[in-house]
Design a protein around this ligand. Structure first.
Ligand code: SAM
Length: 286
């Protein structure tokens, strides 16, 4: 009998490393996710660590995920709809990279492709090979991270890309590029919302907010707080990650009975001493 081989790994995982990624905190976050919900909203999706972990548990729910970063959202859509073409493009990047990593990396970094596959394969390639593996653009929206020091970066993770593609196609999932307020407009009682915004900086020098080129400033944290309260009134369950900063503790003081402190490692700062453990918050309304 002819055997069929399928490119599927058990659980889909983030296909890019993302600033503020939640992979390390998954076991703690999982403890706070409600058992049941009708719809799951994640409007600051990033690499999607929490979403991928929940969506592959076989829960019967609808999944509404979004992010303001259009290149990132295009990547999700491309993996869902055109994964084979994307894998081929990444294979070509990989082959060229291993011929001369330095010159090829900077050639691709300076390029500005217009086609969907070219754009997304460039984003994934740079994410896998750049310093610290973080997507970071400057104020002009340009990717400006230098080449990383990887000996053998896994530029084409076929199994994971196939697993991500399959889950995105098979489940009841909506993926959009939009601001969090628009994304949460229709959330209602019975729904669960996980919020992982750019964090309020704890010190003057910490700049955790440049994901899209636009800063998520204090007025955005206030907007988020207003949305949190409005959803709470509607009977939506909400779980919010943020920094343990005076501003956030002050804004969410009325939910102080449901604030959990957790220890986390933040790998965003390239100065290794600054990667030591710190405390962040999980704020709930249930
Ligand atoms: C902390 S990251 C999320 C990390 C994610 N949980 C993970 O595991 O990778 C925050 C995300 O919010 C997005 N973002 C920034 N401002 C936004 C806004 N106003 N509305 C929606 N998303 C926004 C950024 O593009 C970024 O992907």
């Amino acid at each position: 009998m002819k055997q069929q081989y399928r490119l599927i790994s058990s659980t889909p995982k983030p296909f890019v490393k993302w600033a503020g990624g939640k992979r390390q905190l998954l076991p703690i976050i999982a403890n706070h996710v409600p058992q049941k919900f009708e719809r799951y909203f994640e409007p600051f999706l990033g690499g999607g660590a929490v979403f991928f972990s929940l969506v592959s548990q076989g829960k019967d729910a609808k999944w509404i995920v979004s992010d303001l970063n259009s290149d990132l959202v295009l990547s999700y859509v491309t993996i869902r709809d055109r994964v084979k073409e994307l894998i081929s493009a990444l294979e070509s990047h990989s082959a060229n990279y291993f011929k001369n990593s330095n010159s090829y990396y900077y050639k691709i970094r300076e390029s500005n492709p217009k086609g969907q596959i070219e754009k997304v394969s460039r984003l994934v390639f740079l994410n896998k090979t750049c310093f610290n593996g973080l997507y970071r653009v400057n104020s002009k929206g340009k990717f400006n991270v230098p080449l990383g020091k990887y000996v053998n970066p896994n530029i084409v993770n076929r199994e994971n890309l196939a697993a991500v593609s399959e889950v995105l196609q098979s489940k009841d999932i909506s993926i959009k590029c939009q601001d969090f307020e628009a994304a949460l407009k229709n959330a209602a009682a019975g729904d669960f919302v996980y919020l992982d915004p750019p964090y309020q900086p704890v010190s003057e020098t910490a700049n955790f907010t440049s994901y899209t080129g636009d800063n998520f400033d204090y007025s955005d944290q206030e907007r988020l707080h207003a949305k949190f309260k409005a959803l709470d009134k509607k009977g939506v369950k909400i779980l919010l990650s943020n920094s343990k900063s005076d501003e956030i503790i002050g804004l969410f003081s009325e939910f102080s009975d449901n604030i959990v402190e957790i220890n986390a490692n933040r790998f965003i700062n390239s100065v290794s001493q600054k990667r030591t453990g710190h405390t962040e918050l999980l704020i709930k309304n249930y």
